[in-house]
Design a protein. Structure first.
Length: 433
């Protein structure tokens, strides 16, 4: 990495500047001073860069705000053999992610001020991607007693969720939405009715043929329909994670049309893969929610085009080899996703579904707006969190080369286009390809 000049000024020249928040797509340059963006635009440094400023020639590649990943499982504290804050941070910056929000399903659970502060402190010490914790909506993620939301917000919690578990009890969800609303806080739901979601893959013909128990689409739809009623009843703010079904998306679209404070995200597997990826009992394709039919996959793509889905998250769920090297029924759910988030999302651009700015918005200002984060946009005075990437460069997904401790990628062996070349956090280069 180049040494910083004494002035603390770095010029990124010969770049294709992309800012989805403002619609900027132009050749130009960007200047950072210390930790912040000092200036940017098409006309910057047209007469050359003054002496004393470090120059990084972007070679015509895309320079955009660093990605904001709103759903990551970090496994620390408690399951450091699967992932740590450091290994996840290294995977994140290799994938162009400069801000990530972690789920509270650690051990101990992030349901107390001390745990929120521990995660924030450890992440700062690593100096890689910024980490913002979700706090548990209910104590110990047990779905019964609400966590101390006020104290947790003060300590730095960004929103509240029971992580990979749905808040299943309607009265508890009603209270959570009402209580969070008094702070203007967001409730993030894993929309899956647990008494229906007892299978291991999508319910249907393929599951039957393979002799595997199925999770019906209705598990998602029923929970979303119930939750929309509770949002209406309480006036709370609600976000549905990793939507995967056509019917579920329709419920959210109707709620938005009625003016309810509802947002949602999906993850790359749900627009890039279908249940066929399970193939010959392939446990890397065992995800929660399960991979759906191709008709549902196409509905997710359409919802991204229509703007019904607000963000794309990696849904990074690292599992060690022993957790996946089991029979399909016994293997753990989840796939790693930090290092494939950008290239798989760019498939939507290469396939003509979205423009480059539309795709990047789902990864930057879209999630930042949902969470109220000051991130995901190019703005003078804002933190210099940047990603430089080549949108065309092809490569083959090889989990053996991942920075993540775990290698359980559902995209193992997939040819993709789009490679991160440099990642900058607070003006510091933290990754160079």
């Amino acid at each position: 990495m180049p040494n910083r000049t004494q002035s603390g000024l770095v010029a990124y020249t010969n770049a294709r500047l992309l800012d989805p928040a403002t619609g900027l797509d132009a050749k130009g340059a960007l200047l950072t001073k210390g930790e912040v963006i000092a200036d940017f635009g098409p006309g910057l440094f047209q007469g050359g860069v003054p002496d004393g400023i470090e120059v990084i020639d972007c070679g015509g590649l895309c320079l955009a705000p660093g990605l904001v990943d709103m759903r990551v499982q970090l496994r620390e504290p408690g399951e450091e053999h699967k992932e740590t804050l450091k290994s996840a941070g290294e995977a994140a910056v290799a994938g162009g992610v400069t801000s990530m929000v972690c789920l509270p399903n650690t051990d101990p659970v992030i349901d107390e001020v001390a745990t929120v502060e521990f995660v924030a402190r450890r992440a700062r010490k690593n100096g890689l991607a910024k980490v913002y914790p979700y706090a548990a909506a209910t104590k110990r993620l047990e779905g019964r007693e609400l966590a101390e939301m006020g104290f947790l917000l003060e300590a730095g919690a960004l929103a509240f969720t029971d992580g990979t578990k749905a808040i299943a009890d309607a009265q508890v969800m009603r209270r959570a939405l009402s209580y969070a609303a008094t702070f203007g806080a967001l409730i993030v739901q894993h929309p899956e009715e647990p008494s229906l979601a007892t299978g291991v893959m999508n319910a249907g013909e393929i599951a039957t043929r393979m002799g595997l128990s199925g999770i019906p689409e209705q598990a998602e739809v029923i929970m979303l329909e119930r939750d929309m009623r509770l949002v209406e009843m309480t006036g709370g703010r609600y976000h549905a994670s990793h939507v995967s079904t056509k019917a579920g998306i329709e419920v959210i679209a109707k709620a938005k049309a009625r003016g309810l404070s509802v947002t949602c995200d999906t993850a790359p597997p749900y627009f890039a893969l279908s249940e066929l990826a399970v193939g010959d009992y392939r446990t890397f394709a065992k995800l929660s929610p399960p991979l759906r039919t191709d008709a549902n996959r196409q509905a997710v793509v359409q919802a991204l085009k229509d703007g019904v889905i607000d963000a794309v998250a990696s849904d990074h769920a690292p599992q060690d080899a022993d957790s996946k090297r089991q029979t399909f029924a016994l293997a753990e759910f989840g796939g790693v996703g930090l290092e494939t988030l950008l290239p798989v999302t760019l498939e939507l651009v290469h396939n003509g579904h979205l423009s480059l700015l539309q795709a990047l918005k789902l990864l930057t200002s879209g999630p930042a707006e949902v969470l109220g984060l000051a991130a995901g946009r190019l703005k003078v005075g804002a933190a210099a969190d940047l990603v430089l990437f080549d949108p065309e460069r092809p490569w083959l997904v090889d989990p053996a080369l991942f920075h993540s401790k775990s290698k359980n990628s559902p995209f193992d062996g997939r040819p993709v286009q789009g490679m991160v070349v440099r990642t900058v956090v607070d003006g510091r280069t933290v990754f160079v390809k």
